[in-house]
Ligand binder design. Structure first.
Ligand SMILES: Cc1ncc(COP(=O)(O)O)c(C=O)c1O
Length: 371
């Protein structure tokens, strides 16, 4: 089965040799602290390095076992009170949707277009209901759409959030996974202090199996999230946090972004090229400058679930669009991850999906002739 479903790096993207070197180095530390319990907010040298990177106090950095765990702790705290209203992008990453729903959140989806979140729609959502506890957004190379919030809209979003006293949770695991174009400032960088909580991960920039991600929080929330961590585990995985610290400290990140980014770019190009060649008029898709995903809108309102069944029977899989919406939406859309399969598989896989689509389109009843 060729997988466009897995939003994970291909095995060749992982810097295994470098991780091995970093592992040995941290085990040789005279402090003998890499294989020890550590503070609930993470390995202190890593917190310091990340704090320096973001120009904040280390007390505001909370390092967790993957970024999703940090977000889950944060949301547990933010949704403790009466206010359960949360705004998300529509579509958005499916796992946070499940976490939010598990915490009793009342989730409202705000539509996106090619330039990211639609700010008019956000304003309407703010007008139409009680003030939300927060907005969850993935502004750069979004999962699942691959779309990026335009610079101008970033500024407008931050201004709107200030005017409406809206807390923003910015999830940014893909910002550094850019193969072309100019980097954009994060919302954290653009906003006044306290307006944005920032989440980042090393899953896509080093390796997901290390399970290292982090939050940058206002001090009082950092303390609250730390308290939840203490009551959940004695300590996060200090060992892999120390490995990530060594990786960053010794300057391995940038060359790894270049190397893995080159592999990912080839995959994205293979997918865009195959979509261009194989897909019929009426289909459209995003053209991301980085990240892992392409969002595909099917022609003729073809049901993506039906297409998935046909495609899987032919040996290729993807995720249907409906998985990424809290309410209706995505019925005729799909998330295609180009990160995992190699270019030749991507070319074959897109061909198989296109063939399955042609089959379905042939089955759809012809439109009535216009009079
Ligand atoms: C938008 C987004 N946030 C968070 C995560 C989870 O990252 P982690 O492995 O750090 O938990 C992912 C992983 O796919 C993601 O796409």
């Amino acid at each position: 089965m060729i997988s466009f479903a897995r939003g994970v790096p291909g095995p060749d993207c992982l810097p295994l040799e470098e991780i091995g070197d970093c592992t040995l180095a941290v085990l040789q530390r005279p402090e003998r602290d890499a294989a020890q319990y550590g503070p609930p907010a993470g390995f202190p040298p890593l917190r310091e390095l990340l704090a320096e990177r973001h120009g904040v106090d280390p007390a505001r950095v909370f390092v967790s076992n993957g970024s999703l765990q940090g977000l889950a702790f944060l949301w547990q705290r933010l949704l403790q009170g009466e206010n359960k209203r949360v705004l998300v992008e529509a579509p958005t990453y499916d796992r946070p949707l499940k976490i939010l729903q598990g915490l009793g959140a009342e989730v409202t989806g705000v539509p996106m277009d090619d330039g990211g979140l639609e700010l008019d729609a956000l304003e309407r959502a703010l007008d139409e209901g009680p003030k939300p506890a927060f907005l969850y957004t993935i502004p750069t190379f979004q999962n699942p759409s691959g779309r990026t919030l335009l610079l101008e809209r970033r500024r407008q979003l931050v201004d709107l959030a200030e005017a409406e006293d809206l807390l923003i949770v910015e999830d940014d695991p893909y910002g550094l996974v850019r193969f072309e174009g100019d980097p954009l400032p994060s919302l954290l960088e653009l906003a006044p202090a306290g307006r944005v909580i920032y989440s980042c991960s090393f899953s896509k920039t080093i390796a997901p199996g290390l399970r290292v991600g982090y939050l940058v929080l206002p001090p009082e929330l950092a303390a609250a999230v730390e308290a939840i961590a203490v009551s959940t585990y004695v300590s996060p995985v200090i060992f892999t946090q120390a490995i990530v610290w060594e990786f960053l400290r010794t300057g391995l990140l940038e060359p790894n972004l270049q190397r893995a980014g080159g592999l990912l770019r080839e995959r994205r190009d293979a997918m865009l090229g195959a979509l261009e060649r194989e897909f019929p008029d009426g289909a459209s898709w995003s053209r991301p400058e980085g990240g892992y995903f392409i969002w595909l809108d099917l022609p003729g309102e073809v049901d993506a679930g039906a297409l998935l069944s046909e495609a899987e029977a032919a040996g290729v899989t993807f995720v249907k669009g409906t998985d990424f919406f809290a309410g209706p939406g995505g019925e005729s859309s799909a998330r295609l991850a180009f990160s995992f399969a190699v270019p030749a598989e991507i070319t074959d896989g897109v061909g198989l999906v296109a063939e399955a689509l042609r089959k379905l389109l042939g089955r759809v009843a012809p439109l009535p002739a216009t009079v």
